[in-house]
Design a protein around this ligand. Structure first.
Ligand code: 13P
Length: 284
């Protein structure tokens, strides 16, 4: 069942758990995500389609696919979310296509410009019943990152600015920068739960953790205790499935049929998603 993003995240906020937001760009990635959440007892699910995947699939096709696959899991709340988008026209197209939420990413812009653009997106999206996520602060890029650039500088979210931003824009969820990176970590992740705690006290709305790949379970749990209600995972799914594909091809006497490889990939996606959703449950 397609569901409202805002309600999903407020339920998580009150229930002290997080909803997994997993990136999808093909039938197999959508299906793997939904199957993992179905097997975990119909966990609320966010299928995230990044604006950068528009060459893989149109927004209308992504919506049609989630709507159709979702019918196989009628008891699961599913939200189709537009991930990282700077382009106003694409945001409007996603709203028209039926997406439940959109992320306007103005994090690279000066504060006032990010605020002004986010407020404009909120005005339009909310009039159409669509929720909005925005980002304040900036994440660095780790290994195999598919978001941002290796040169991206880490800028922590300022708690006071976060409160001002939320009050002025009416945004439904705020992505914060507290030490996670997009991509895989070269060493141990250094997540600043102390900063997150201050942001949570000031923000008082559901917070989003980008850069979920590779974050250990205990840190995820501390983040959830401090207001994180949506956790994004993309890179680890791709790296895991890519490595498995390489192993299979190296071990095969003859190249398997593409339909077999596609099914295997669906199972690989399911395996990584299952691991993360087991970390995202209630923390009390
Ligand atoms: P990872 O690169 O850690 O998977 O993060 C993905 C993400 O935040 C997508 O928005």
């Amino acid at each position: 069942m397609l569901t409202n993003f805002k309600e999903m995240l407020w339920d998580a906020y009150k229930g002290h758990y997080a909803v997994g937001s997993f990136n999808a760009y093909s039938y197999d990635t959508f299906k793997g995500i939904i199957e993992a959440n179905r097997k975990a007892g119909n966990r609320p699910t966010i299928a995230a389609f990044g604006a950068k995947y528009l060459s893989n699939m149109s927004l209308d096709d992504a919506f049609a696919m989630v709507e159709s696959i979702g019918k196989s899991a009628p008891d699961m709340q599913i939200c189709l979310h537009l991930d990282h988008c700077k382009d106003f026209d694409i945001i409007c197209q996603a709203i028209r296509a039926g997406f439940g939420s959109v992320m306007y990413d103005g994090s690279a812009l000066p504060f006032e410009e990010n605020l002004k653009n986010t407020a404009r997106v909120c005005e339009i999206a909310h009039a159409c019943g669509v929720s909005v996520e925005a980002e304040l602060g900036s994440l660095a890029a780790g290994q195999y990152s598919h978001e941002g650039e290796a040169t991206d500088e880490e800028i922590y979210t300022d708690p006071e600015k976060a409160a001002e931003f939320i009050a002025s824009t009416g945004v439904d969820a705020l992505a914060v920068s507290v030490g996670t990176v997009h991509g895989l970590y070269k060493g141990t992740p250094k997540v600043r739960v102390d900063i997150l705690q201050k942001i949570n006290e000031a923000a008082k709305i559901p917070l989003v953790l980008h850069g979920g790949s590779g974050i250990p379970e205990d840190i995820i749990s501390s983040c959830i205790k401090n207001g994180i209600t949506k956790i994004n995972v993309n890179t680890e799914i791709s790296v895991f499935a890519g490595n498995k594909l390489k192993e299979r091809l190296m071990a095969a006497d003859k190249i398997p049929h593409l339909s077999v490889l596609a099914l295997d990939q669906q199972k690989d996606v399911e395996e990584v998603v299952s691991k993360y959703i087991s970390f995202f449950g209630a923390t009390d």
